[in-house]
Design a protein around this ligand. Structure first.
Ligand code: GFB
Length: 351
């Protein structure tokens, strides 16, 4: 192999928080961060949790997304490429320092491999760390004043060719200024193919994609909504400063009555012939079919349920109804915004 070394250095990180939607938010932030610092972004694998398996599973970045569109925006390479082709020379084992904001796990270091998914993530590439570096005083917000310059002054690329972060160098939810980066996230051919195959089975005519996030973890999370006016992804509809109101239980977990009411409205305005339901738990197929019988609208789900394929289908529907609080919904909403496709939210605008 003969890969040019980026003299400006590299950013590496573990998408160690949450599931896909959270990781995608963080990814966009990390992309903006690497661009701001003008360092190559190393594309980490996605971290997944399988039922009954105690250690996270790492799925190569390019299983789900194409690398080339990202490269149009900024220099990127997959973590596998980085480890195979560059790590031995620019990041040998004795130089592997972990970056974190403050010490973790009641110790004096970053403890980057403590816990799941932290340990399994770095183990995927046989990475161990020899030290910790705290970047107190610096923030990820490279759109803020001269923050990027401060990072680069503090961590000169010659001395620190690799900044390896214990978690994503990004905020959750994604900052408003990084949302537009979603346009560089393009599904891999295999995901698109599966989505298209499913769409081809729907009745001819427009279809509405809906996300019903209603699993037990979500029901529990929504109980906290009163104390969290901008819970999880809620800024996507309420605004980053709650300009459009504060989160309610209905916004987080819409009732059946509200779901049906909203669907009837959107069916009328779009002339939809079918509905695609994506859900983590209760798809409501029978109840929706019954409620919409007079409108002659078929209600479908995809089996087996695969989150990324569901998202790609939602991204391609004629209209998408999102859960404003869910970062899973937020992914499809951003993809559609990038394409200029229409979306709306359950229980929003607030009543
Ligand atoms: O993506 P995610 O971070 O979104 O986590 P939220 C929800 C996960 O549930 C997804 C599955 O990554 C999927 O694995 N899931 C949810 C779905 N909806 C669907 C769907 O329509 N189809 C399929 N196939 N799978 C937050 C977490 O979830 O929930 C927070 O990220 C926290 O960290 C909270 O745990 C309770 O933002 O919706």
């Amino acid at each position: 192999f003969n890969v040019d070394v980026d003299d400006n250095g590299y950013v590496l990180f573990c998408p160690c928080m949450g599931r896909f939607g959270n990781q995608a938010d963080h990814f966009l932030g990390a992309l903006g961060f690497a661009k701001g610092l003008n360092r190559t972004l190393v594309l980490p694998p996605w971290v997944e949790y399988k039922p009954g398996v105690t250690r996270s599973v790492q799925i190569p970045f390019d299983t789900y997304f194409k690398v080339e569109p990202l490269a149009k925006y900024h220099r990127v390479m997959t973590m596998q490429q980085f480890m195979d082709q560059l790590a031995q020379t620019i990041w040998p084992p004795e130089k592997r320092i972990a970056f974190c904001y403050v010490p973790r796990h009641n110790s004096d270091g970053c403890n980057p491999k403590e816990g799941n998914p932290f340990g399994p993530f770095w183990d995927t590439f046989n990475i161990d760390f020899v030290g910790s570096e705290f970047y107190r005083g610096l923030s990820y917000d490279v759109h803020y004043q001269n923050m990027a310059e401060q990072w680069n002054k503090h961590y000169l690329a010659e001395k620190w060719p690799v900044l390896a972060f214990t978690g994503a160098p990004a905020t959750f939810p994604v900052q408003e200024s990084n949302r537009h980066l979603h346009k560089y996230l393009i599904w891999s051919d295999s995901i698109v193919e599966k989505a298209q195959q499913f769409i081809a089975t729907l009745p001819r005519g427009p279809f509405i994609g809906i996300h019903l996030r209603n699993g037990i973890d979500w029901v529990r999370a929504c109980e906290h909504v009163q104390h969290s006016p901008n819970l999880f992804a809620a800024p996507q509809c309420l605004g980053y400063r709650n300009e459009h109101g504060v989160a309610s239980t209905e916004l987080c977990l819409p009732s059946e009555t509200n779901i049906i009411k909203k669907l009837k409205r959107v069916i009328k305005s779009t002339g939809a012939k079918s509905i695609f339901v994506a859900s983590d738990n209760d798809f409501m197929i029978g109840r929706l079919t019954q409620a919409l019988k007079k409108m002659k609208v078929a209600v479908h789900r995809r089996e087996p349920s695969e989150p990324h394929v569901d998202l790609a289908i939602l991204g391609r529907s004629n209209h998408f109804i999102a859960n404003c609080v869910s970062s899973f919904s937020a992914f499809a909403k951003r993809e559609r915004d990038a394409k200029g496709f229409p979306s709306s939210f359950w229980a929003f605008p607030l009543e």
